[in-house]
Every structure is written in C-alpha cells, then in structure tokens.
Ligand binder design. Structure first.
Ligand code: GRF
Length: 212
C-alpha cells in the first residue's frame, strides 16, 4: 500500500480528484496518510477532514525564519513515513534538502505542457494569462517528478487541452483542470502505486513486467 502525503495551498480540487479516484478504484493500492497546507484557510483542509484524512497546516508565517519552517516541514514529513509526496496545487517552494531526500518520491501537477509556460513565476492563473497572451491554440497539463529546478523534473504524463476563442484565464484554468489535471495526477499515482514506472537516466520509462 502506497502511503501518500498530499501538499496543498488552495481549493484542493486536485486533492478531491485523488480522494474520489481512490474511492472509485481508479487509483489502487494507495492511502492518503496526511494532507499538509501552508495556508490555514485553504479549503483543501476542509476536503481532507470531510474525507476523514489527517489535515495539518504548516505555515512559514508561524516560524521565525525560513530555515525553521523548512526544518519543521521536513521533520513532519519524515514523521509520517510517506512513500510519495504529491504536490497538488502547492505553492510552497520545498526545501532543497527535502527534495534530495525524497528523490523520485515527490510529484507535482503543473497547468501547462512543459517546457512551455513553466519555471519561476508560472503558477496558477498567471500560466493561463500568458497562454492567452501568446495566442497559443493548445495547452494542457503535465505531471512530473520534482527535482531541484522549477518544473524541470522527469515528466510522467501530459495531456493537451484546446484553447477556445472566448477563453478567459479562469475558463481556461477550469478546462485544463477538468480535462487534464484531474485525470493525469490520479493516473500517475496509480502507476507509481502499482510499480509500473521508473526513472532511468532522468526520464520516466514504463517498467517491463514478465508475462504471467
Ligand atoms: C491548479 O491549476 C494547479 O495546477 C495549480 O493550482 C491549481 C490548484 O488547484 N498549481 P486546486 O487547489 O487543486 O483546486
């Protein structure tokens, strides 16, 4: 059973997609051990509680400096014996030491087709504003492992979504979530839980299983 911790900052619709996918069997062999938010007011915490999942807020605001926050976050994550950390709309920059410690054990969902519209400053609505500004006709989402860079880790899944003529950043964000994020993030967790993928030389490959 894969024990996952889900890190969130906002509404938690990606968290909800994971909860629902475990409930309906789209994700197997997986349990959500804890949900961690940096934001006390995140509705994602409420979603976790409603699903009977431990929900914790660890906010930089409650610590004297970044170092103390990083330590507290790392200690907490370590204490839960997690097999996988899922960043589901998590806006916190994770401590480098944590990323190293959990190499290929942290995944993220990004609302564009990486390497387009990614890197520093590209998060949330900003991504979709830029997509519309550039007149791009096709966008989407990417689920990837997290490395020390911003949105640079090995790509697990991508799914494209059409940009429509009358889109606003909000309508486009919604369509990218519905048609891509809520599908590929649960799918990636299921692949990992069932040991179907591995990272080889920085790239995600399907594992070859001997025929039964
Ligand atoms: C999603 O668009 C995600 O890709 C981005 O922030 C949004 C989070 O939404 N990083 P939610 O909190 O899962 O509803």
């Amino acid at each position: 059973m894969l024990r996952i911790g889900v890190m969130v900052s906002g509404g938690g619709t990606n968290l909800q997609a994971i909860i629902d996918s475990i409930a309906d069997g789209t994700i197997t062999n997986t349990e959500i051990a804890v949900v961690v938010s940096n934001n006390k007011k995140a509705y994602a915490l409420e979603r976790a509680k409603q699903a009977g999942i431990e929900a914790v807020c660890i906010s930089p605001k409650d610590y004297e400096d970044r170092e103390q926050f990083n330590q507290a976050l790392t200690d907490f994550i370590d204490s839960r014996s997690l097999d996988l950390i899922v960043l589901a709309g998590c806006l916190v920059v994770l401590p480098e030491t944590l990323i190293k410690k959990y190499t290929n054990k942290i995944i993220n969902i990004h609302p564009s087709l990486i390497p387009a519209f990614c890197g520093k400053g590209y998060y949330g609505l900003k991504v979709h504003e830029e997509v519309l500004k550039r007149g791009v006709k096709l966008t989407g989402a990417t689920c990837h492992f997290v490395d020390a860079g911003t949105d640079t880790g090995p790509i697990i899944f991508q799914k494209s979504v059409e940009v429509l003529e009358n889109d606003t950043p909000e309508t486009l964000q919604r369509r990218v979530m519905e048609q891509a994020e809520w599908m590929i993030l649960p799918k990636a967790i299921d692949e990992i839980a069932n040991d179907r993928i591995e990272v080889v030389n920085g790239y995600v490959k399907g594992k070859l299983h001997a025929a039964q």
